[in-house]
Design a protein around this ligand. Structure first.
Ligand code: ARG
Length: 268
């Protein structure tokens, strides 16, 4: 009987989630940005396909990340790994952590990039010392005019090479009405997308799948780098998957994940 209880206790602790806090900094490829310092964005991850870095991603739990579906569209999980806690990816000797399952958004449209969000489940948890998760947003956030930061290993100029260290840029989120009025035309921008940029500042090729974060009151993922015309072109902001619209879907995709609470919430 005692042994059975012990076994039960062990099983329960293996599946239970330890309480944890999201959105805290320790201590972008991005156009018009500055270098991210090591450990500054401990949720920032890179996705590799067949060993080659293709996209960014955001850690939201010890074994789950959010990225763009267009990064992993119809790619088998066995070909994917993620690098977490890395800075200069050219100096990295790690192959990355294996991905065990890809949840693509079922309504992703590969022509319009509507619903460009995916969840990656890892084959094993990320070692505790290598990461801190970003927070997830509420179901509906007012984002127009809000300052946000985008980061990644993408190009620092349009058509330029990827960056070996991540860059970050502060950008402003547009209202949906302004976004629909951008150079892309109203039909290209769906309610599942948001626009963000600043003069001479934008995400760029290779940043796809990476986070657009609101820094206040704690780092929260509000967008996923999705598409744009060129990079940092006037009138053509970066277009992001709008994470709050996907919360019902994310709760299902993350149902086995140990997600963390924002600092204030954990003391309520
Ligand atoms: N689709 C691009 C990628 O695969 C992201 C482009 C973002 N473009 C922009 N102007 N913000 O990396």
């Amino acid at each position: 009987m005692f042994r059975a209880l012990c076994l039960l206790a062990v099983l329960a602790s293996a599946s239970a989630c330890k309480p944890c806090t999201c959105g805290i900094v320790r201590g972008a490829r991005v156009v018009g940005g500055r270098a991210v310092t090591p450990g500054e964005f401990p949720w920032l991850a890179a996705v590799k396909r067949d060993g080659k870095l293709i996209c960014g991603a955001t850690v939201v739990a010890r074994d789950h990340l959010i990225t763009a579906t267009h990064c992993v569209y119809e790619v088998e999980a066995s070909r994917l790994t993620v690098l977490v806690g890395e800075h200069d990816v050219n100096k990295s000797r790690s192959e990355g952590i294996r991905v065990s399952h890809v949840f693509q958004h079922p309504d992703f449209n590969r022509y319009t990039y509507d619903n460009d969000i995916a969840v990656l489940r890892l084959a094993e948890p990320i070692p505790d010392n290598l990461y801190r998760p970003a927070c997830l947003p509420d179901d509906e956030d007012t984002l127009a005019g809000v300052d946000a930061v985008v980061s990644g290993w993408g190009s620092t100029i349009e058509k330029g090479p990827p960056s070996s260290i991540p860059m970050k840029a502060e950008v402003q989120i547009w209202s949906q009405e302004e976004c629909r009025g951008a150079g892309y035309g109203r039909r290209k921008v769906t309610p599942r997308m948001l626009c963000a940029n600043a003069p001479e500042r934008d995400s760029c090729t290779g940043d796809s799948g990476g986070p657009l974060l609101m820094a206040q009151p704690h780092y929260t993922i509000v967008g996923i780098v999705s598409w744009g015309r060129g990079c940092a072109r006037q009138g053509y902001p970066g277009v992001y998957a709008r994470v709050d619209r996907f919360m019902p879907w994310l709760r299902v995709a993350l149902r086995h994940a140990c997600t963390c609470l924002p600092p204030s919430a954990s003391y309520k």
